[in-house]
Design a protein around this ligand. Structure first.
Ligand SMILES: Cc1cc2nc3c(=O)[nH]c(=O)nc-3n(C[C@H](O)[C@H](O)[C@H](O)COP(=O)(O)O)c2cc1C
Length: 184
């Protein structure tokens, strides 16, 4: 088992999601002592405080995965200049009941991809706002606002552009240092 296990949360349920592809390409740039697991958020119930005393199996599973992890990696689309509801729902579900916030203290990184020119900048800022409240120390720099154009990914899901790959490698290196710093 790897020394550092990272929970990857993709804010899209879409099969051909560009954010899922970005997450897949990014995690290949991690060092051998890191392993990355994309967690399911599509089967979580809509958050309802009435269920706090008896959370459903998907909620218990997600909270267990987060608790066991050394860090978090969020890769999200922007929906209507904010984060998708499915991502907010996951954040809410794993943050409760009050006093049992599974996210707290886990070092995190945030990225996002869009065909649009601002590359999810507003969604990421909204996500950072929520993460502050959830007590999640989040890597500040480098920011990663990724605009996806034709040819960004090759058929195998890799990123052929060398400059983009270098940028993402630099991002990953900083993220790895961030996680290690918080684990120490
Ligand atoms: C409901 C909805 C709202 C969207 N709003 C934005 C937006 O605010 N900014 C943006 O750059 N793209 C927006 N888009 C376009 C998405 O960036 C695009 O669909 C992207 O592929 C979604 O990410 P995914 O491929 O990972 O699912 C929106 C798409 C949907 C379905």
């Amino acid at each position: 088992m790897s020394e550092y296990q990272i929970v990857v949360v993709v804010g899209s349920l879409r099969k051909d999601s560009i954010n899922r592809k970005l997450a897949g390409a990014l995690v290949k740039l991690g060092p051998p002592e890191f392993s990355f697991k994309q967690v399911e958020i599509g089967d979580l119930p809509l958050y309802n405080e009435d269920n706090d005393a008896n959370p459903s199996a998907p909620v218990r599973r997600l909270k267990g995965e987060i608790t066991a992890a050394s860090g978090l990696l969020f890769v999200t689309p922007e929906y209507n200049r904010s984060i998708p509801g499915v991502l907010k729902n996951a954040l809410d579900n794993a943050s409760r009941p009050y006093g049992q916030n599974a996210w707290a203290g886990k070092p995190a990184g945030v990225l996002g991809a869009s065909p649009g020119t601002i590359g999810t900048a507003m969604a990421q800022q909204h996500l950072r706002n929520v993460l502050v409240y959830l007590n999640v120390p989040t890597l500040c720099q480098p920011e990663a606002f990724i605009q996806i154009r034709d040819g960004f990914f090759d058929e195998a899901g890799n990123i052929p552009n060398e400059n983009t790959r270098k940028f993402l490698q630099g991002w990953m290196d900083r993220y790895v240092a961030w996680v290690k710093q918080h684990a120490a």
